[in-house]
Design a protein around this ligand. Structure first.
Ligand code: KE4
Length: 429
């Protein structure tokens, strides 16, 4: 007897490539048939077979205060009667820009888009247009969306599916994307010297979340900042994941390093399609219609997405205690998982900062993609299904960060820890 999710997955594959609208959802790395979700509320997902799960994906980041968060739902409900989009400027877009600037002080100007990919893609084009240079440096295992320039040694779903080179990304494009290992400033210095005067931007996830959660080692981001200053390179923080999650001012505030341009997504839209990029006035003024670096979008800044994101950002700004609460819950979970997996005889490592966390099986630290890829992926697969069977929904890939929401209770965390404690050190899967 097939479950309703299995039936739906079979049906979906008749009309949608792989049955999903984003590859990582298809359980490709962990195996099995993806759950089809009927609804979600607070910290919980409810699938089409009536099962409910404690959710550690949170739509990959947006649901920082939980699913169907009351004020966001009400704001959307009220606004949608005014139509869903006008294709003309609105006061709401000004309020959103001012809200972002109030939380991220080094954003002088900001442009709204409809995804994190669009935000990162536009930031790169802008850096190239501003500097007149062609090449960019990204880091192996970092993921900045699916724009051609980024699909070189990328993390997230690209790594999950082991795609080394993405068909359709031309040599002309990929030759302008240089890659270094995360946390290796010396390698970047060498790369910059090899390509003196050619590099427009260095783009980095200030805390990486697409090879699991990988933290910047002391001096990494600071070293990149100094290099960019010395070489006239635009320093771009991809804060699509970390923005408004690690602190009201994101990773810049949390880590004390400033970028020139910052890209945003996820939290900024409260689950609706919103991205943004912003930063130094001198750079942002190169964007059309002020400058000639063209960037546009039919639905950029649409009123329903704006009111959703604005409502969530205002809630986060008004309640900064949420960040301490969220970090305390994540540290509680980390300590609980550490004790449970240690008692179970596992060798593992847990990376965590703020409300981003990931568990990796194997004996060594995970500090870049090479060490993330050297972990025991089969053990992660077994762990994923062990937890899923006990009502805990983890990201279906070892190359993803988990995301906690403040809707999670300590009881939810205890249930999660207890499930991990029951994970056998050897399992058939
Ligand atoms: P989107 O285009 O998916 O909104 O954002 C791309 C992006 C850019 N930068 C960072 C740091 C990101 O994490 C992402 C997207 N994150 C993945 C999860 N690792 C989205 C999930 C998916 O691809 O389905």
């Amino acid at each position: 007897m097939f479950s309703r999710s299995q039936q739906l997955f079979h049906r979906a594959q008749q009309s949608i490539p792989g049955g999903v609208n984003s590859p990582v959802r298809a359980f490709g790395q962990v195996g099995g048939s993806p759950l089809f979700i009927k609804r979600a509320a607070g910290a919980y997902l409810y699938d089409e077979d009536g099962h409910h799960y404690i959710d550690y994906i949170g739509s990959w980041g947006p649901m920082i205060l939980g699913h169907a968060y009351g004020p966001v739902v009400e704001a959307i409900r009220e606004k949608v009667y005014d139509s869903t989009s006008y294709g003309a400027p609105t006061e709401l877009e000004i309020e959103m820009a001012e809200q972002i600037k109030s939380m991220v002080p080094n954003v002088d100007l900001v442009r709204m888009v409809s995804s994190g990919t669009e935000a990162c893609m536009s930031a790169i084009r802008l850096a190239r247009g501003y500097t007149g240079r062609n090449k960019i440096i990204k880091f192996e295992g970092c993921y900045h969306g699916h724009a051609d320039s980024f699909l070189v040694k990328a993390g997230s779903g690209v790594a999950t599916y082991g795609i080394q080179t993405v068909p359709g990304v031309t040599a002309g494009v990929s030759n302008d994307t240089l890659t270094c290992a995360y946390n290796d400033v010396a390698a970047v210095q060498q790369m910059v010297q090899q390509h003196a005067g050619e590099i427009a931007a260095i783009i980095v996830e200030p805390v990486a979340g697409n090879m699991g959660c990988v933290l910047p080692q002391p001096g990494f981001l600071e070293g990149l900042r100094q290099l960019c200053d010395a070489e006239g390179i635009v320093f771009i923080f991809d804060e699509v994941m970390t923005g408004f999650r690690l602190a009201p001012g994101g990773a810049q505030e949390r880590l004390g390093v400033q970028a020139d341009l910052i890209s945003f997504g996820k939290v900024i839209g409260a689950g609706l399609p919103v991205g943004a990029f912003g930063g130094k006035r001198a750079i942002m003024e190169c964007i059309a219609p002020l400058g000639k670096v063209y960037q546009a979008g039919t639905l950029s800044g649409n009123p329903v997405a704006m009111i959703a994101g604005l409502t969530l950002l205002r809630e986060l700004q008004a309640r900064p205690a949420v960040y301490e609460e969220l970090e305390a819950k994540t540290v509680y979970l980390r300590n609980g998982l550490d004790a449970a997996l240690t008692a179970g005889g596992h060798t593992f490592t847990i990376n965590q900062l703020g409300s981003m966390i990931s568990v990796h099986f194997g004996p060594h630290a995970v500090v870049d993609f090479a060490t993330a890829a050297a972990t025991d992926i089969d053990r992660f697969k077994a762990f994923f299904h062990h937890m899923l069977q006990r009502g805990i929904y983890l990201p279906p890939s070892a190359y993803e960060s988990w995301f906690l929401s403040n809707a999670l209770s300590y009881d939810d965390l205890d249930v999660t820890i207890a499930a991990a404690a029951a994970f056998p050190v050897t399992s058939a899967r």
